[in-house]
Design a protein around this ligand. Structure first.
Ligand code: FAD
Ligand code: NAI
Length: 472
């Protein structure tokens, strides 16, 4: 006997669990299927983000930041520390507790919102009775609407599978048991920089090999340059424009043969290697063929701007579809799809999806970069304000970086904001909101910001757009 639901969500990551909760709030009878297992084989809701992504990486970044502060910065405040040690096992155990709190939190939210949870792999069987039949283990479910939110997996280098001991994906990278003396990373993208920072702060000699000749090509050039200066100072060795060759693993660790930017053959020996070269959409075991669900050449589920697939009443959201692979983008799509199923007009504004890289300094941005505006031939004005001139940043002892605002030359509408520096992840929220409301730089410049606060730098960058900063 099949169990019938109005909406079945496959995947309990940030896209799926949020879609399930919103659909339940709208009065639907909702099931969510997720196959992630914790160490004991039980459910671990929250997907990549909660289990091996956003949450655990930020826990380790926080621990390693405390260690770095105690090692290098407490002395400036007159605090002396002796016998400072890092207990990596404790740090990892704390991270696991943070993850579990989040897993449990989502289970609680499902109960609260009456979402029926099935632990196991959801597989399409056939279109049936105006809906779709799916299996989860022995169970058969039928849903009028199905939302696919099956996420993504780490991309491996061809010929070098992850063994999670020596060659690590994001999963193994978050479980390293001791500080590696030498750590290699391939890819200086978001994971490369965040994970490289964790282990560098704890004392590893970190070398990142990046294929592209430009550092953080998607980031505003001025901001990327400023960030690179800070990472160089921290001792993160970032080699750009390399071509990775053969990778050998053995008792002594990992050897990576590569060609450097000058075309010269090089060899790197490391204790562990993290491969962070992007992620691939995940449809493994979904049974897409059984119902004719269309995938593109990258394996992503094909969707239109509203997350509709080629099948009626089948929707797909998050990392398994086009667009940035970010938890908050997946969440927004989940809410919008649940509302569309209810006949409402859910909407996601892709122009105002913020990006944050949680390094030190943090890097955060929303909207267009200066190079994109130039490329599009758009007339713009730019205003920058350095944290060096901000009183709160000086009191914090962290004056790296700047806020940069880009506005339309004629209308003054904000087109992009780019921040490198302390609390950039929090500062960007004001800019996202301003852009959502199509604010002008002048609007921000005329808003009263608390003193002393880092947010005054955003106001000053807005003033700088009109060449009238007050504190620089
Ligand atoms: P996922 O989170 O991948 O969830 C998919 C779920 O579906 C999983 O639980 C999977 O087991 C399950 N599943 C798959 N197939 C089936 C099936 N057939 N049946 C049942 N269950 C199935 N993003 C940010 O915005 N901020 C960050 O700070 C950030 N940090 C990150 C750090 C790392 C190291 C990594 C790897 C990623 C990070 N991301 C971050 C990206 C973020 O994790 C993803 O964008 C987000 O998890 C995507 O959500 P999702 O719901 O689409 O998929
Ligand atoms: P990424 O796309 O951010 O970076 C991959 C990097 O690897 C790129 O710079 C690319 O040029 C390089 N690369 C690709 N192939 C290569 C090769 N063969 N040799 C050398 N370099 C190569 O991908 P990453 O870091 O794996 O992260 C995946 C995704 O996860 C991110 O794009 C992001 O969507 C998400 N994420 C988000 C975070 C956040 O929001 N703070 C944190 C971590 C991940």
């Amino acid at each position: 006997m099949s169990k019938n639901f109005d909406v079945i969500v496959i995947g309990g990551g940030p896209g799926g669990y949020i879609a399930a909760i919103r659909a339940a709030q709208l009065g639907f009878n909702v099931a969510c299927i997720d196959e992630w297992k914790n160490a004991k084989g039980g459910p671990a809701l929250g997907g990549t983000c909660t289990n091996v992504g956003c949450i655990p990486s930020k826990a380790l970044l926080q621990s390693s930041e405390h260690f770095d502060q105690a090692s290098h910065h407490f002395a400036d405040h007159g605090i002396s520390v002796s016998g400072l040690e890092m207990d990596v096992a404790k740090m990892i155990a704390r991270k696991d507790i943070v993850v579990k709190q989040n897993n449990d939190g989502i289970q609680y939210l499902f109960k609260k919102n009456k979402v029926t949870f099935f632990h196991g792999r959801g597989t399409f069987v056939a279109a049936k009775d105006g809906g779709y039949e799916l299996t989860v283990g022995e169970e058969s479910l039928v849903g009028k609407h199905v939302i696919v939110a099956t996420g993504s997996n780490a991309r491996a280098l061809p010929g070098t599978p992850f063994d999670e001991e020596l060659v690590l994906s994001n999963d193994g990278a978050l479980r390293v048991g001791a500080v590696p003396k030498k750590l290699g990373l391939i890819g200086s993208g978001v994971i490369g920089l965040e994970m490289g920072s964790v282990w560098r702060r704890l004392g590893s000699e970190v070398t990142i090999l990046e294929g592209l000749p430009t550092f953080l090509g998607a980031v505003d050039e001025q901001i990327a340059k400023e960030a690179k200066k800070a990472f160089d100072k921290q001792g993160l060795k970032i080699n750009l424009g390399v071509k990775v060759g053969e990778i050998k693993t053995g008792k002594k660790g990992v050897n990576i043969a590569y060609t450097d930017a000058k075309g010269e053959a090089q060899s790197l020996d490391v204790d562990k290697l993290i491969v962070s070269i992007g992620r691939v959409p995940n449809t493994i075991g979904l049974g897409a063929d059984a119902v004719g669900l269309a995938l593109d050449e990258r394996g992503a589920i094909v969707v239109d701007g509203d997350c509709k697939t080629n099948l009626p009443n089948v929707w797909a959201i998050g990392d398994v579809v086009r667009g940035p692979m970010l938890a908050h983008k997946a969440e927004e799509e989940g809410v919008a799809v649940a509302e569309r199923i209810a006949g409402q007009h859910g909407h996601v504004n892709f122009n105002t999806v913020p990006w944050v890289i949680y390094t030190n300094p943090e890097i955060a941005w929303v909207g267009q970069t200066e190079q994109q505006l130039k490329g599009a031939g758009r007339a713009y004005k730019a205003g920058t304000f350095p944290f060096l001139a901000n009183g709160r940043a000086r009191a914090l002892g962290d004056t790296t970086g700047m806020v940069k605002m880009l506005a339309d030359a004629t209308t003054d509408e904000i087109l992009g904001v780019h921040i490198v520096g302390p609390q950039a992840s929090e500062l960007i929220a004001e800019c996202v909101m301003a852009m959502e409301f199509r604010a002008s730089a002048e609007d921000i410049a005329r808003i009263c910001h608390a003193h002393p606060s880092l947010s005054e730098s955003t106001k000053e960058a807005a003033l700088a757009v009109d060449k009238r900063t007050l504190n620089f």
